[in-house]
Design a protein around this ligand. Structure first.
Ligand SMILES: Cc1cc2nc3c(=O)[nH]c(=O)nc-3n(C[C@H](O)[C@H](O)[C@H](O)COP(=O)(O)OP(=O)(O)OC[C@H]3O[C@@H](n4cnc5c(N)ncnc54)[C@H](O)[C@@H]3O)c2cc1C
Length: 392
């Protein structure tokens, strides 16, 4: 019988959180052996495009090539720069905030699927560079199916997304970076606690001309809020957020209903869409819907059992914060470094003095986020059902 190969860590999920975790695990002198499992199709449109300028710090920390790749793709026109935020929120007046007034300057409106693929490419490069390990780190495009423990070792079952072939991999630690689904942690009995019922309905539009508006425009309405961002190649994303039990949620599911809501309530965004003759992006079905609620996993990790969650799998935020990606990247840095410490402590018997608590990290994050979210919702000029419960 072939000897079982046991990785130090299996990471499931190759979005910002999983990639940052893998890169942080490979920054140290004697990198751990990592199996990185992701099922994303880079050709599929992905929502979540605004990245603040300050992210360059984290990207540079994670990989020497990432910032250059993003700059190159931006110069090629595959990502767009974001000039700032504009909101119609506390009054009917447009409030503008320009990126140039921020310390790190303008951020991006990313082609999100391409950005995530660049992160995975950085992981491939980091793995290739430090593969003198007896069990080289690997990245596989497979789908996580289930997990169980045998004799203190995790056994992760996967299947190929197209061919359906199955595989089994073994590790000492398991990391859930599968996003809001938290597929791995839920198999281990953890529960995602939802704080609200926010849904996002989104449509991708395309215009025959460049509309030239590089702002993120946010517009509050009686039953929720909208935003729009320009994307490369004359595209524009328009998103409506409301609670799943609000009557408008039913309307927003159809193309006609979505457009009716947009043109009747979000007048500034509607004006951009009509002035520049934006139409639904052809060949794909819009609008689509996705969960956008705040949530927290319970528990977020189990040190004794050797598993933890990172990114949206651990804690997901209302998109109003526009902080999902940067928070996921930073959390990945933290989790990668913490796992590296724990693994070296176990293999070399080093002291545990420098180990930081993963639940404490997330508790501090949650406290800051809840405070900022409440402050922002309280500024809104509405106080009806959707708003009142967020202003308490
Ligand atoms: C409407 C909306 C708008 C948003 N806008 C922004 C924004 O403008 N800016 C911002 O910073 N954030 C935004 N966010 C949030 C942001 O997208 C997330 O916070 C961020 O993507 C979290 O990264 P992650 O790596 O934790 O998860 P994800 O990005 O969801 O990545 C999870 C990865 O795991 C893979 N995966 C899942 N299940 C499996 C499986 N079974 N097997 C193998 N692989 C699997 C997926 O393919 C994916 O690659 C928005 C969110 C929403 C809902």
């Amino acid at each position: 019988m072939a000897t079982q190969q046991v990785y130090d860590v299996i990471i499931v999920g190759g979005g910002p959180a999983g990639c940052a975790t893998a890169l942080a695990l490979h920054r140290i002198d004697s990198p751990c052996s990592v199996l990185f499992i992701d099922d994303a199709d880079p050709a599929m449109f992905k929502i979540g495009e605004s990245l603040p300028g300050i992210a360059v710090q984290t990207l540079a920390y994670l990989s020497p090539t990432l910032s250059d790749r993003i700059s190159h793709d931006t110069a090629q026109g595959d990502h767009a720069r974001c000039s700032g935020n504009a909101s119609i929120w506390s009054s009917h007046e447009l409030h503008e905030e320009y990126s140039l007034t921020r310390l790190y300057g303008s951020g991006w409106h990313l082609d999100r699927a391409l950005f995530d693929e660049s992160l995975r490419q950085a992981v491939r490069e980091a793995f290739d560079k430090s593969n003198d390990n007896s069990l080289p780190s690997r990245i596989v495009r497979e789908q996580f199916v289930s997990i169980e423990k045998h004799d203190g070792v995790w056994c992760v079952h996967t299947k190929h997304p197209d061919m359906g072939t199955t595989n089994r991999y073994y590790s000492k630690w398991a990391v859930d970076a599968t996003g809001r689904k938290a597929s791995l942690a839920r198999k281990l009995g953890a529960a995602t606690l939802k704080n609200d019922k926010l849904l996002a309905f989104y449509s991708l539009f395309v215009s025959p001309e460049d509309d030239g508006d590089r702002r993120t425009l946010i517009e509050a309405t009686e039953s929720g809020w909208w935003y729009t961002s320009s994307l490369p190649h004359n595209r524009r994303i328009v998103v409506y957020h409301t609670d799943d039990d609000d009557p408008s949620a039913k309307l927003a599911r159809t193309a006609d209903g979505f457009l009716n809501l947009l043109h009747s309530h979000a007048h500034h965004i509607s004006s951009i869409i009509t002035t520049h003759h934006h139409d639904f992006f052809p060949g794909q079905k819009f609008p689509r819907s996705t969960s956008a609620n705040s949530s927290v996993l319970d528990p977020i990790c189990n040190d004794r059992e050797h598993w933890c969650a990172v990114g949206d799998a651990a804690m997901a935020f209302d998109p109003l914060s526009s902080q999902g990606m940067i928070t996921a990247l930073n959390a990945g840095c933290f989790i990668g470094e913490e796992l590296a410490k724990r693994i070296s402590m176990e293999s070399e018997g080093a002291g545990s003095d420098e180990i930081c608590s993963i639940p404490d990290y997330y508790a501090a994050l949650a406290q800051k986020y809840e405070m900022e979210k409440k402050q922002y919702y309280r500024l809104a000029r509405f106080d009806g059902g959707f708003w009142a419960k967020r202003q308490l």
